[in-house]
Design a protein around this ligand. Structure first.
Ligand SMILES: [Zn+2]
Length: 67
């Protein structure tokens, strides 16, 4: 019991307390991507976390960083 339940398995947003969802990220060359991205489902919050090479990057998806 609990193996099939994904509720609570996702981390919570540290900014607004909402839910973060994993984002699939594949390169054009089908090279394996070694990082995961998580984004807040609250579009007004836009908090995101990126795990890359053991380091954690986080912030908000501002128009400037989205370039
Ligand atoms: Zn949030």
């Amino acid at each position: 019991m609990g193996d099939n339940c994904e509720c609570g398995s996702f981390p919570k947003c540290q900014k607004c307390g909402g839910q973060l969802v994993p984002l699939s990220d594949f390169s054009n060359n089908a090279v394996s991507i070694r990082y995961k991205s998580w984004a807040c489902t609250n579009k007004d919050c836009r908090f995101f976390i990126v795990l890359r090479g053991g380091d954690v990057y986080y912030g908000t998806a501002t128009a400037e960083s989205a370039r």
